[in-house]
Design a binder for this molecule. Sequence first.
Ligand code: SF4
Length: 209
Amino acid sequence: MRSLTTDLEALGAQEVLAHAVEEHHPRMALACSFQKEEAVLVHMLLGLAPEARVFTIDTGVLFPETYATWRELEQRTGVEVEVIDALSRDGRPWGAERCCGQRKVAALEAMLGGLDAWVTGLRREQSPTRAAAPKLGWDERHGLWKVSPLADWTEDRVWEYLNEHDLPYNPLHDRGYASIGCAPCTLPGSGREGRWAGQDKTECGLHSP
Ligand code: SF4
């Protein structure tokens, strides 16, 4: 017998999201760091459920352009982003594993504790560590479903969708940043090479198994 996770692999992003909304809303939320993929998902999700939940982790050291993109996305789509203030969780200065772990990961775990499913903008082509990301999978580490409707989307498909629906995106993309995280830890670069450049680190820990 085929499993649900296998069946969903054949579906498009909107159908995967529709399934997730039907099964899990309102105990489901989209994790948003204002990457272009998440603008796509906010737009799709609100089309399916206008009261759908979207949250972000604010480390307090995001780029000014990211905060501007956040405001613009709220204005353009009407989404009200739930904010998890990671800065006040430890008050430490930024830097390396301890900062990501104690800020981002602890904040995420606090949020996910109240959910049955979370939605992410992961795409397989973003990095080797994401190459096998399923559209629907059980997140063993956090104990809930993880939904990645854009897992098989190409970068071009994301840009097409943004242009087609006139959605805002972070202007840092036009200055050579492919993936945008906290300002102290992000440099320009393709793929995720600009994240923690010079360190043996490619993920902040939010998507580690
Ligand atoms: S990306 Fe950098 S500044 Fe942001 S939480 Fe991780 S270590 Fe801290």
